[in-house]
Design a binder for this molecule. Sequence first.
Ligand SMILES: Nc1ncnc2c1ncn2[C@@H]1O[C@H](COP(=O)(O)OP(=O)(O)OP(=O)(O)O)[C@@H](O)[C@H]1O
Length: 342
Amino acid sequence: MALVALRNVTKTYPAPEKGAPPVVAIDGVSLEIEPGDVYGIIGYSGAGKSTLVRLVNALEPATSGSIEVDGREITTMPERELRGIRLGIGMIFQQFNLFNSKTVWANIAYPLQVAGASKSEISARVAELLEFVGLAGKAKNYPDQLSGGQKQRVGIARALATSPRLLLADEATSALDPETTQEVLELLKRVNREFGVTIIVITHEMDVIQSIATKVAVMDGGRVIEHGDVFDVFSNPQNPSSQRFVGTVVKGTPSPAELAVLRERHEGRIVTISFRDGDASQAAVFVALATAGIEFELVYGGINDIQGRAFGHLTLAIRGADAAVDAVLAEISSRVDVTEVP
Ligand SMILES: Nc1ncnc2c1ncn2[C@@H]1O[C@H](COP(=O)(O)OP(=O)(O)OP(=O)(O)O)[C@@H](O)[C@H]1O
């Protein structure tokens, strides 16, 4: 059973001014997030990502549709019961949202105090979490004395304090430099693996999805325009908006301007070969070219690894007798995707 299931969910805000139309922030979204998923939700600013998060943790009511968390419909649930649902959901934020007047220890202890845990329970849990996020030596420090990455580690520890099954990460690494981002993403992977916490990652950065997510939904204008396994969406994005996001991390086929430069610099026919995990190996393709006595040069592209599965687009400049090149390209095309640039 899905841990979070949205069915045809809409959220409309009143018109910002008289005479203007209402704002449709979420427009008929259906999604299923299974226990154990690290589910990425990506979209440009205004796509509706943060609104979706507020609906899932019941901070705002949906306008229509159904939202089930852990098998329970939350759209019709009384406030009293919603509090219980929220206790089962941890949140981390871009700006960390720590209490600056409380120590690291007290920040992490806070949700446990609110939940009514005993002093000894709180001490044991906070110590365990400080160890887990690698901040055992910082218990008495205040947030101002920490780096951005350390603050987010405290944010993660605090979010996990009440042992939620679901963690919502809203642009949790957007304020961090690339190296610290990777450290925080590694920590989130451990949260998923070691505690079995399902994570929803909201981001506008495709490399965050590439590093951590197992599934992804691409949002645009309040709708989910594409969703699926990260490997499938990265290796074969269907929608122009998804293609733009994938293009930020995957070197695909050269643009017309890049092609013009390639043609200036390299002789021969320009051919892009697209590999997908499970296709014939690159080696087989290169051996076929070499065996046919065809000279080739790799001029553009690269191979990507998504959770241990490889795919990529390699553009070659190929030189040889036309008939021989035609024959070998025909042979290769039966195994991999071959596109010759006219
Ligand atoms: N409380 C609100 N009242 C009115 N309109 C809102 C409200 N919250 C969001 N919106 C509108 O809903 C749309 C979606 O906003 P949302 O913040 O969910 O997008 P987002 O994808 O999270 O973008 P960002 O990354 O910039 O936060 C936007 O057009 C926004 O202006």
